[in-house]
Design a protein around this ligand. Structure first.
Ligand SMILES: NC(=O)c1ccc[n+]([C@@H]2O[C@H](COP(=O)([O-])OP(=O)(O)OC[C@H]3O[C@@H](n4cnc5c(N)ncnc54)[C@H](O)[C@@H]3O)[C@@H](O)[C@H]2O)c1
Length: 480
């Protein structure tokens, strides 16, 4: 029986391995992690991450051919194929700080694999890593090889949180990069056979190692670029009276462009887009390509601009200050159908409002109070490190309350900000919300989920990103 071990039981390692176990009953899959809490949750009824469909897949396979364990070394020792799916944060200090990928966790996993292995292994990069990481990993593994052969493959993950299980069951493509040597190609075939249990052959792409590593960074850069492009256009729409939803619809109908990722919003978030683009920028700079680096940097700059612009709209609309005012924040996760808050725009928006001395009341259907308080007290980039390495500053969080109900969050509020596109926000009784708010009652829709005209009829002053402005807002600047 082929044995797979995956190091890292996170948003990628957990769902990916669960689907491999589901589709390959003849393969034993063990997911290991140094976090005892995470492994305990994976072995309980309360999985550590929320992902539609994940519970069912885990229930079907756990204890059959899917296992979660903290005994990292034992399972690495026993495995034929080792996936490494550990976190690869942005460096916060030293060379490349604020841009380059911090490979500490990856490197320590590689040293451990080298130390405990007693038989040939295929080591698969599942984490998103800079180009040429495989070369460094090869050096670590072979340095200590004791005659053991390690084949390194790059198999980046393209799943999106919120739709991870569907993405894994029906991937657009699976990408496998390997060395062009006979051993390298043998390893590629072995991994291909795993995916071939359920992925059609024409969707499994084989490439060289560096193309596979780079393709992942470029795919995320392209996706984020679409969001920044439509967000840049949203500012122009507000200035001209055009409606970004109409512009995006017309543009997306062009089959060369397509309709996806064209929703204007308060900005993109998540653990990957910013980190991977910064990483790409750093690689360009390291290769002397300053113009290319600046081109991609602009995608992040527009994202920061969009978040600032949103905060400025809120503050300038409410008589140029939110000091002492209650603002309800609906949605904190970086997108719907996930409880993930890593790099969510809600953090920057809340920090901006707190900076102007607002009191904030937050409701999100999937994010806990503890997580929100940690996020608001944490320094930039610290979220991608283990909890004991995160520095917290308990500055403004006293002005934050977390509720388990949208109506309670909005009760007595001066303004409501919608920051995640949860479906339930479309169904709320906005008349009830309006009746219990201070007047004039403001609503700032950072995801274009509500119908602005209906809310204006109720009496709200409405701001919807990129859409014709309420007369109240017309001459108020949102530029920083
Ligand atoms: N989240 C996504 O949507 C997504 C999508 C595609 C790719 N990726 C990439 O996949 C990688 C993992 O992302 P994630 O979101 O799953 O991260 P995560 O933080 O949720 O999970 C990483 C896990 O690795 C564990 N870990 C770290 N060092 C370890 C070690 N030496 N031994 C055992 N366990 C160790 C951590 O405890 C953590 O539980 C990153 O490189 C990320 O860029 C993420």
């Amino acid at each position: 029986m082929v044995k797979i071990c995956c190091i890292g039981a996170g948003y990628v390692g957990g769902p990916t391995m669960a689907v491999i176990a589901l589709k390959c009953p003849s393969i034993e899959v063990v997911v290991v992690d140094i976090s005892v809490n995470r492994i305990n949750s994976w072995n309980s009824d309360q999985l550590p991450i929320y992902e539609p469909g994940l519970d069912d897949v885990v229930k079907e396979c756990r204890g059959r051919n899917l296992f979660f364990s903290t005994d990292v070394e034992k399972h690495v020792y026993e495995a034929d194929i080792i996936f490494v799916s550990v976190n690869t944060p942005t460096k916060t200090r030293g060379l490349g700080a604020g841009k380059a990928a911090d490979l500490t966790y990856w490197e320590s996993a590689a040293w451990m694999i080298a130390d405990v292995s007693k038989s040939d292994k295929i080591v698969v990069e599942k984490s998103t890593v800079p180009v040429k990481t495989a070369e460094a990993i090869e050096k670590i593994l072979n340095h200590n090889s004791k005659g053991i052969h390690f084949s390194i493959l790059s198999n980046p993950e393209f799943l999106a949180e919120g739709t991870a299980i569907q993405d894994l069951l029906k991937p657009d493509r699976v990408l496998i990069g390997g060395r062009e040597t006979p051993e390298g190609q043998k390893a590629v075939q072995a991994l291909k056979e795993v995916y071939a249990h359920w992925v059609p052959e024409d969707r499994i792409i084989i490439s060289n190692l560096w193309s596979a590593e780079l393709a992942k960074l470029v795919a995320n850069a392209f996706l984020a670029q679409r969001i920044s492009s439509v967000n840049a256009v949203s500012a122009l729409c507000e200035a001209t009276g055009a409606d970004v939803t109409e512009v995006a619809y017309s543009v997306g109908k062009d089959s060369r462009i397509g309709p996806k990722f064209l929703n204007a919003s308060v900005g993109f978030g998540g653990s990957c887009f910013q980190k991977d683009i910064l990483n790409l920028v750093y690689i360009c700079e390291s290769n002397g390509l300053a113009e290319v680096a600046n081109y991609w940097k602009q995608v992040i700059k527009i994202n920061d601009y969009q978040k600032n612009r949103f905060v400025n709209r809120v503050v300038s609309s409410m008589f140029n200050t939110v000091s002492g005012k209650k603002i309800a924040v609906l949605g904190f996760a970086f997108k719907k159908d996930t409880g993930d808050t890593r790099e969510t725009p809600a953090i920057d928006v809340c920090k901006g409002l707190l900076g102007d001395n607002a009191t904030i009341s937050i409701y999100d259907p999937r994010v806990t109070e503890d997580q929100i308080q940690r996020d608001l007290a944490m320094n930039k980039f610290d979220w991608d490190h283990p909890i004991h390495l995160q520095s917290l500053s308990p500055t403004s969080v006293k002005k934050v309350r977390v509720t388990w109900d949208a109506y309670e969050a909005a009760n007595g509020a001066h303004g409501v900000c919608i920051l995640t596109e949860w479906d339930e926000f479309k169904q709320l009784d906005y008349q009830r919300i309006y009746d219990n708010m201070q007047k004039p009652a403001f609503i700032f829709d950072g995801r274009n989920v509500i119908d602005p005209e209906k809310l204006r009829e109720i009496g709200f002053i409405v701001y919807s990103i990129g859409r014709p402005l309420n007369p109240w807002l017309k001459n108020l600047s949102a530029a920083s």
